[in-house]
Design a protein around this ligand. Sequence first.
Ligand SMILES: [Zn+2]
Length: 386
Amino acid sequence: MLSLLDIVGQDSAIARLQRMYQAGRMSHAMLFVGSSGVGRRTTAEAWAAVLLCEKPQTRPNGDRFKELPADFPLSLACGTCPGCAMTAAGTHPDLYLVRKELARYHEDSNVRDRVMQELGIDVIRSFLIAPASLASARRRGKVFIVTEAELMSVFAQNSLLKTLEEPPPGVTIILICRRGGELLPTTLSRCVTVDFRPLPADFIRDRLRSQGMVDEQAAFWSAYADGSLGRAIRLAGRELYPVKRRIVERLAGLPKEGDAEFAEDLHHIAEDLAASAVAEAKKIDGAELSKNLASRQATGELLELIASAYRDALALATGSPRPPAHADQASAIASLAQRFGPMGLAEILEQLSELEEAIWRNVNPRLVWDNVVITAASAAPLHLWT
Ligand SMILES: [Zn+2]
């Protein structure tokens, strides 16, 4: 089991939890907000271990958290009691991980069969609200960790309001989400928000290197991942680096009239990415990631990769001090900057972000890729689906 002390890059969030706990002001409904892959869930589970530990320990902070005084008593899980052992094994009867994939365990076959794109009311009722009202099995309370809380439907959120406002005694609910604004204001106002910061790029680069990645790739993914170690590891693990090199080269050399074959290639790359995401989800926790959702996510990821090249070019064209992600393809970026100038690049980025939104409407992915290539080649908007 990972101790709170071993979590890196989230000292201010952990120090905040420690301060609230010590002062007896621990909220029973919390929102852990930040990008995925920065340690939100790890911290939630480590914090749950503190709450569920049967022999909790304290030790002085010393110089571990610079946000806290040296003599501040840190509350920690012992790591050896039966509660800690069960938490570490993922079998603690009072620790609930609530996620959209739970729909497949629902007793109602209609709920099981529904495409798992949202965290629906049935899952929230069966796996949070109902068990929250039952007695804790090991008498240390219960902890519910809801991942991807932004996927909760409006009905799910409304059904949860009362429990968030007044959780049964001993119940702690931790909602994990990307941005608080993605939840209903009524949900938001019932939770204490704990912010999780992006991790420093240097830290991510060193981690990737220590896993055997060559410098050039580690430098790219750490600059690209926006402070998310999880994202860097996930993307790097898909062997996307040669793909991104090829894409950036082709973007730089796109003829003005576009390139239908390139659009087709992008479509295939996105489909391959989606297929490997589905396989990965199955391998990791037997989850059935819907093909449709995987395909949209992969399209979004690839669009983001393309947009990042134009963002680098825009930064270069405007003399922004922001360090480039694609430092390894400086000449391709320079040629994009020269070809389109700040106005053209801003236009392309605007179009790409509209196309990214279009993925979530029912737009044929091939049309999206055709438009991406036309936009990328000429900075001209073409809305084929309207
Ligand atoms: Zn313990």
